[in-house]
Ligand binder design. Structure first.
Ligand SMILES: [Fe+2]
Length: 444
């Protein structure tokens, strides 16, 4: 952990990756975390209820992981960073799991090859279930004993719960990618579609030039990459009232968007040609109609829904075609700072982006949270004054701050309690398998 946090000696000030202040006693916080621990771990298990053991073992590409690996790795996190450190009586479930289910923590040790995770037919799914139960029992014993864990250890439990929620989203995106390779177009879960709504034209919300502050600053949890809060000068800009829709993206396709070099970054155009991109991932053209593969199965595309599963390159090319640009992350956060965290999240169980419900209003842009992560024009870099935490937890975010772009807002498979205006997601600019869309911005 970073040692130079102001107030570090004050027991009421604690640090978890990001700066946080806990006004609670250790016992009260332990009780709250115990309840959240059971609830969040239970969600992960339930997400896998409709999957077979074969579904849980397969890996569709190097970037995706089998569901079984997600289930085991999230238990590994608590075993490694809480139980091994805090419980001298903890019995290690399996000595080789430290190697098998370590994702990228070099400080912990060597890791099993990521692209080969689908080869791990052993341990079987049932054993991973027993591993999770073993870890859950041990963590619960610690949390149920008020004052047993230090404030620093409780910080790690809280970090572990947010980590678990990140993996809930990854588990769904990876299952979608796996099922998307299957000509049977498997249904992960039969989901109800929202009522069809007409496409509404974009309105523009203007923001005056000036000095603004972005970054996390509240007693609540945040990851280290959201801090320190800092000032940034923004020129006047306007932000679109909603994300770009399938219908609008279809117009870009029909206008030859994918084959017109003038709209593309060089690296993006190379990717279009190399991968033969002609539409967003999961779009299929059949019988002169566009279809969309979803976690609810194959469906005719709804033109009013936000476009999803596009790379940064596609979002940027569309913006150029439309005579606009993508917002920077500071512009996005400045617009979202006062917006309610409402929308279509994992809890809704629809697992697919939907058109905004309700009417546009004067208060600000709609659908900033939920439905689709929104690509920004900002490279993923440290904020001024950012310091990597000491030890293995310092590897959580900081070492990935190169060659990736920031996304904001969360998606239809993000847990609602996991999101906030300062949240920074990040992916490589050619990544398409996450639930990524975008909204436009323009200079004022
Ligand atoms: Fe992880």
């Amino acid at each position: 952990m970073r040692s130079s946090v102001p107030g570090r000696s004050d027991a009421r000030l604690t640090y978890t990756g990001g700066r946080r202040i806990s006004p609670l006693s250790d016992g009260a916080r332990s009780e709250i975390l115990a309840r959240r621990y059971r609830a969040i771990r239970g969600v992960t298990t339930r997400l896998c209820q409709t999957l077979s053991s074969e579904d849980c073992s397969a890996q569709s590409m190097p970037d995706a992981s089998p569901a079984k690996w997600h289930l085991a790795h999230t238990a590994w996190f608590f075993e490694t960073f809480v139980l091994r450190r805090e419980d001298p009586n903890y019995s290690i479930f399996h000595p080789r799991f430290e190697y098998l289910f370590n994702s990228y923590y070099n400080s912990v040790g060597e890791q099993y090859s990521r692209p080969d995770r689908g080869l791990l037919t052993r341990p079987p799914l049932e054993e991973v279930g027993r591993y999770r139960a073993h870890v859950d029992a041990a963590v619960s014993t610690l949390l149920d004993d008020p004052g047993r864990l230090s404030e620093t250890a409780l910080d790690i439990v809280e970090l572990g719960l947010h980590h678990e929620q990140q993996h809930q989203e990854l588990l769904l995106t990876d299952i979608k990618h796996l099922f998307g390779q299957n000509p049977l177009a498997p249904v992960y879960r039969a989901t109800k579609q929202a009522q069809s709504t007409p496409i509404r034209s974009i309105e523009w919300h203007s923001f005056e030039a000036g000095l603004v502050e972005i970054g996390h600053e509240s007693p609540a949890f945040a990851f280290d990459n959201e801090s320190p809060r800092h000032r940034i000068y923004l020129e006047g800009y306007a932000l679109a009232s909603r994300p770009i829709r399938n219908g609008e993206f279809a117009a870009f396709i029909e206008d030859g968007g994918y084959s017109r070099p003038e709209f593309w970054l060089a690296e993006g155009l190379a990717k279009v040609r190399e991968e033969n991109w002609r539409a967003p991932l999961y779009w299929l053209h059949h019988d002169e109609k566009w279809w969309n593969f979803t976690l609810g199965g194959l469906r005719p595309i709804r033109m009013e829904e936000p476009v999803c599963h596009v790379s940064y390159f596609e979002a940027d090319a569309f913006a150029r075609w439309a005579g606009c640009r993508l917002p920077s992350e500071a512009e996005w956060e400045n617009a979202a700072a006062a917006a309610p965290i409402e929308g279509n999240f994992l809890e809704a169980g629809r697992f697919h982006p939907e058109a905004a419900q309700g009417s546009f209003h004067q208060d600000g842009p709609l659908q900033l949270f939920g439905d689709v992560w929104e690509w920004t024009s900002s490279a993923y870099h440290p904020y001024p004054g950012f310091q990597v935490a000491d030890g293995a937890i310092g590897e959580y975010n900081g070492k990935f701050m190169s060659s990736q772009m920031v996304l904001r807002g969360g998606s239809c498979v993000s847990p609602r309690s996991h999101l906030r205006p300062s949240y920074r997601n990040f992916f490589y600019p050619d990544a398409r398998w996450q639930f990524c869309g975008f909204r436009l911005a323009r200079d004022a």
